[in-house]
Design a protein. Structure first.
Length: 459
């Protein structure tokens, strides 16, 4: 199973999706950079999410808040006091771990853990568990004193509560309505790892959906359904997903229902997304700390005033990328990897075809334009077609190596369509369009290529 992870990590590096960060300086542990294809993939996820939940809905608006906020925000939200994980240290090798992540079991007595031997040195000599705060600190201004401490936000959510009044005063929304935000969050994780699954800098897509208390269950069900549909469209197989209702006693005290959406990663079943009913906990806390009234007044009935309750669906961007890559990865052996139109091996093919079967909307490159040979006459036509198609789709132009190798490369990065300009093109003004999944090729007139691809992509 670990191989599945290795396949993704190495394809990500080899094909320009995700690189180890600062690699020429030896890297920075568990820090990753998105390369030219990774950024396209990640942007597709964020843009589709925004289109679906902000642009296509009349009841949700977006914000883009600062990463650094007044530290009082984190006092009010409880993060400075409570945003902590248990930490144990191996007395022998001094490596630190979150006990639950290395198979530790929490005992009845709070703070007490039974922990298996150290995954690093194999000895079983642990310090007592201590609570470690995950907030990442820095200083604003020229002096590094306590008055200048600020924190990188550990979630995008709080800004939606803090900006609640400004949004109400300027946009006058009617409950139910939501605020959405996509952006970076930072956590000083004790045990980062598993590629982009758990990092200290990551991205979230979050919605705070404000409702009347009596309606919370109906909205909770709606969001659960929306998250399921999103996962389906991301190409995630239902059988690997688990919707875990967090039982009483394990949920945050203010939440009447929380569902963790977990996925069977190659390294085990872990959280992918979350959905929580947070009551009016956050708005009440900010109202109390800031002394600013955050009560909602119904614009149609000024006597109808209340503090809205909140349903919070939250999506990790990087975990979405990881899961999309894990689901898309396929290895096919010959003869499946033969061109279905001719039954012939594609020239230059290897015995195994690695193909990323991303849903088409998600693929970082939609069309590759490939002249069959480096002949000027073919290149001229191919370049002009590439130029034209680039107005509409993310396209690549590639004239290096054999056509078979070029098809394999496009398969590996998940490009749904390859358009090949060959010698017949010069006579008949047509090209072949090759389908990534079936490897079938069809001849299409140059003037119809754009329309045909458009139809195939968005059918
Ligand atoms: P976990 O239990 O895995 O630590 P969490 O319950 O702390 O996650 P939330 O606070 O609910 O996570 O954050 C919302 C979402 O943000 C998660 O569902 C996940 O997709 C993403 N996320 C959280 N922490 C990280 C991280 N360190 N690296 C990458 N993504 C993360």
């Amino acid at each position: 199973m670990e191989d599945a992870m290795q396949n993704i990590v190495s394809l990500a590096k080899r094909r320009g999706f995700v690189f180890p960060s600062s690699e020429i300086y030896g890297g920075l542990a568990n820090t990753w950079d998105y390369g030219p294809l990774g950024v396209e993939l990640k942007n597709n996820i964020k843009q589709e999410w925004w289109r679906r939940f902000v642009h296509r809905r009349a009841d949700i608006m977006g914000i883009d808040a600062a990463l650094l906020m007044n530290p009082k925000v984190w006092e009010a939200s409880g993060h400075l006091k409570n945003f902590q994980d248990p930490l144990v240290e191996c007395r022998m090798c001094h490596r630190r771990f979150r006990p639950d992540e290395i198979g530790g079991i929490s005992e009845e007595r709070p703070g007490s853990w039974t922990v298996p031997p150290c995954p690093n040195c194999g000895l079983n000599e642990w310090t007592d568990a201590v609570q470690f705060n995950l907030m990442l600190k820095t200083f604003l201004g020229s002096t590094e004193d306590a008055a200048n401490i600020v924190y990188f936000r550990p979630e995008t959510a709080q800004a939606m509560f803090v900006d609640f009044k400004n949004v109400m005063d300027t946009m006058h929304p009617r409950v139910p309505f939501g605020l959405a935000q996509v952006g970076k969050a930072f956590r000083n994780e004790i045990t980062p790892g598993n590629f982009i699954f758990r990092t200290r800098e990551f991205e979230q897509m979050e919605i705070e959906y404000f409702v009347r208390e009596k309606d919370w269950e109906e909205h909770f069900e709606h969001w659960l359904e929306e998250m399921k549909l999103w996962l389906k469209d991301l190409g995630v197989s239902e059988k690997k997903l688990h919707y875990v209702d967090i039982p009483d006693g394990e949920r945050a005290h203010y939440s009447k229902r929380t569902v963790d959406i977990e996925y069977e990663y190659p390294f085990g079943q872990e959280e992918l997304y979350g959905l929580a009913y947070r009551g009016d906990f956050d708005l009440q806390n900010h109202m109390h700390e800031s002394k600013v009234d955050l009560t909602y007044t119904n614009p149609e009935d000024p006597k109808d005033k209340f503090v809205p309750h909140v349903i919070e669906p939250t999506w990790g961007v990087d975990r979405s990328v990881l899961v999309a890559m894990l689901e898309a990865y396929h290895e096919e052996q010959a003869p499946t990897a033969r061109s279905k139109s001719s039954g012939q091996a594609e020239e230059g093919e290897s015995a195994t075809r690695v193909v990323m079967k991303f849903p088409k909307w998600l693929a970082p490159v939609k069309v590759a334009v490939l002249p069959l040979s480096k002949k000027d006459s073919l290149n001229r036509v191919a370049k002009s077609l590439h130029q034209k198609l680039s107005e509409r789709f993310v396209c690549e132009y590639d004239e290096t190596q054999s056509i078979g190798k070029r098809y394999r490369r496009q398969d590996e990065i998940g490009t749904p369509f390859a358009v090949t300009v060959d010698f017949e093109t010069l006579e008949k003004d047509d090209v072949t369009i090759r389908d990534r999944d079936t490897m079938k090729q069809e001849r299409v007139k140059i003037k119809d290529v754009e329309k045909t691809i458009e139809k195939k992509l968005y059918a």
